[in-house]
Write a protein that binds this ligand. Structure first.
Ligand code: WT7
Length: 651
């Protein structure tokens, strides 16, 4: 069945359904559909009462006076309350048996391992918080963190939280240019990096990138460098300091200061549909509540679980489900530094079996890679410790879901398909695994406390099985507060598209069981291997190459990555379209943005299809990139002949 509303068409029809086993439901936090619906209704009827009751799970230095102040589109949660986020993740676990429980079980790519108990992690965080203070960090200062997946990334984040500094973590795969842009936008004063990180047996030269970035980011005063790979680096006297030298001199005594509920916790940059990345700002109490609450319910958390989220801490998934949610809940977190196929394609299964991981949370793009590598990699690995699986980042194809269910979950583990965004801070739509039957490809229903709906452009609820825009109708605690330094853009992007509601920019459909099916982004944003990339950013990178006149970038279906990057490039006259130039342009994009934005294909064209108002018709280019005939409406196309040319110019 196919149905449409505006420009969104829904074609997927999936009828399989998998109820949780009696055994799973009976031990779950939420045990039945009726119980879920009751909770959801209570939360919808009295949201402030509901969230206030949930907020009792946090440790407050001073209780709040008011649960919510909502002046659309600005929310303040738990006004008048004071707490320390790092104390909630650490100190409060030290008074009982959790003190000597593993907080982080870490494995480096070369096979080295470390275990940090809550007590040990607390000590490291206190020391590093003192290091930050000693080099001049104060509450409110911005600190950039550009580290590999090592425990020090978590330590640095929590140390910032402890002293009220706002961290901005930059994924280690981003280039020097991207680091410079983000430093400048945030006005960061301190930067924390390492001599490198291991990835597929090679060293990612993070400090080298930082050196280049710092030539262009003037606000950074001090750099702390962790020694991870014994990789030679240049240290600039007076600016660069070794992590271990500073830690040696730092005291382990750093009492947690209380901060306001709305104190800024972090900025995380994400792609929007215009060139400039958006600095999503999250604050303290609401974010911590949203992440810990969702982590407990969605993953049906038990004290003895070993929870493994495979995301990098440089993405929101890592912030919320490696660091803040799990540690606030006193969970044992598994953390792995490197690639899933190093030294061989069974690395993840090897880790799960050796550490008895019980909850595994990964991305559809990874699952598609596992399928491609073949089932033989599962042989000899005991995955029976697993009891729950999760996915995040993009819609999961039903066939990939079935593979995950059968091969990894032994048809026994529920799968939670979790929909959320950098902006939402925490999981918004997901099955509660003991309560809801799952359907392959559906994130199912909103969590209690989340009022999500599928609407048309006017904000009217569309009928069952009609495509529409996914919106959130009510503020929630972990929502972004603004775009750092650009509140006008915050208002415009999220609160004016569909009046009165938070606009997610995703298309969705609601089926007859009220299950939500996410259909992907409705704007010009790509989703490459579960990471949001702006077509505009890639275009801007191409256009600043001296030989390029104009570029249009679209996604094309890619079996592994979900979307690949297809570029249509017009050269300045006098330049020949050669294979060397294609290669040079690919490298150029990698230099400007990072390897994750490497174009999959580049096609040279004499001109681009445009509307009369000059807007590039990406919809048509998408069809061409996918090798489809263009069936859509082309009545506004300015130069019809271009289409045929583009098709015959294929690589
Ligand atoms: C976009 C947000 C949230 C952490 C990872 C990505 C897509 C995310 C799902 C899902 C279908 C999903 C959406 C969303 N997305 N999870 N379970 N099913 N689509 O964070 O980079 O902020 O991207 O990822 O399109 O808007 P992000």
């Amino acid at each position: 069945m196919s149905s449409s509303s505006g420009n969104i068409t829904s074609v997927l029809k999936e009828t399989r359904s998998f109820p949780p086993s009696q055994e799973f439901s009976s031990q779950a936090h939420v045990k039945s559909l009726a119980e879920y619906e009751k909770l959801w209704k209570e939360a919808a009827e009295e949201p402030e009462k509901f969230w206030a009751a949930q907020a009792d799970s946090l440790s407050w230095v001073k209780k709040w006076d008011k649960v919510l102040e909502w002046k659309e589109p600005h929310a303040k949660w738990f006004l008048g309350g004071k707490l320390n986020v790092s104390a909630n993740c650490l100190d409060r676990h030290l008074s009982g048996a959790r003190k000597n429980k593993a907080a982080i079980i870490w494995e480096g790519e070369p096979g080295d391992t470390r275990v940090l108990t809550y007590q040990m992690l607390h000590r490291e965080v206190c020391k590093f918080a003192n290091v930050l203070k000693n080099i001049g960090a104060k509450a409110g200062d911005r600190v950039t963190i550009y580290l590999p997946m090592v425990p020090e990334a978590v330590i640095a984040m929590l140390a910032c939280a402890r002293i009220g500094a706002t961290h901005s973590v930059i994924f280690g795969g981003f280039s020097a240019e991207a680091v410079a842009d983000r430093n400048n936008d945030a006005g960061a004063k301190i930067l924390i990096t390492s001599d490198g990180g291991w990835r597929r047996g090679k060293i990612i030269p993070l400090k080298e990138n930082v050196d280049q970035a710092l030539a262009k980011s003037k606000t950074i005063e001090k750099v702390v460098v962790l020694k991870r790979c014994a990789n030679p680096v240049t240290m600039k006297e007076g600016r660069d300091f070794w992590w271990h030298d500073l830690m040696d001199k730092a005291s382990a005594d750093c009492p947690a200061e209380p901060f306001d509920s709305e104190h800024p916790l972090f900025i995380l940059y994400t792609s929007g549909s215009t060139g400039k990345p958006k600095g999503i700002l999250h604050t303290s109490a609401g974010y911590l509540l949203g992440t810990s609450y969702s982590h407990r319910l969605v993953f049906d958390l038990k004290e003895e679980d070993i929870f493994w989220c495979t995301a990098d801490v440089g993405w929101i998934t890592g912030h919320s489900y490696i660091v803040y949610g799990p540690l606030c809940n006193g969970t044992t977190v598994m953390m792995y530094e490197g690639a899933p196929n190093h030294p061989k394609e069974d690395r993840f299964w090897d880790i799960i079996s050796r550490y008895s991981v019980s909850i595994f949370y990964t991305a559809p793009t990874a699952i598609r890679a596992f399928i491609k590598w073949g089932d033989q990699w599962l042989n000899g690995h005991d995955l029976s410790s697993l009891r729950l699986l999760g996915t995040v980042g993009e819609p999961i194809n039903p066939e990939a879901w079935m593979w995950y269910h059968k091969k990894i979950g032994a048809s026994r583990c529920p799968i939670v398909d979790t929909w959320w965004q950098t902006e939402t801070g925490s999981i918004m739509i997901s099955p509660l695994p003991g309560a809801l039957a799952t359907k392959p490809g559906s994130a199912t229903r909103p969590l209690p406390g989340v009022v999500a709906e599928v609407v048309d452009k006017q904000g009217n609820r569309v009928g069952d099985n009609q495509g529409g825009f996914l919106v959130v109708k009510k503020p929630w605690p972990a929502m972004l507060r603004t775009i750092y330094g650009d509140d006008a853009r915050y208002q415009e992007q999220y609160w004016t598209q569909v009046k009165g509601f938070y606009f997610t920019a995703d298309g969705a459909r609601r089926d007859e069981d009220q299950y939500l099916w996410i259909m992907g982004r409705v704007d010009d944003v790509l989703n490459v291997a579960g990471h949001r990339l702006s077509t505009m950013e890639v275009e801007s990178a191409l256009v600043n190459h001296p030989q390029v006149a104009e570029a249009a970038v679209v996604g094309k279906p890619d079996e592994i990555k979900g979307e690949g990057i297809s570029c249509f490039v017009t050269l300045k006259s006098g330049n020949a379209p050669t294979d060397e130039l294609k290669k040079a342009l690919r490298d150029h994009v990698v230099k400007e943005i990072g390897a994750l934005a490497r174009p999959d294909e580049i096609r040279f064209t004499e001109s681009l299809p445009k509307t009369r108002s000059g807007k590039i018709m990406r919809r048509l280019l998408r069809d061409i990139a996918a090798g489809k005939q263009t069936l859509g409406d082309t009545t506004t196309l300015e130069d019809y002949s271009i289409l045929a040319k583009l098709r015959s110019d294929e690589e």
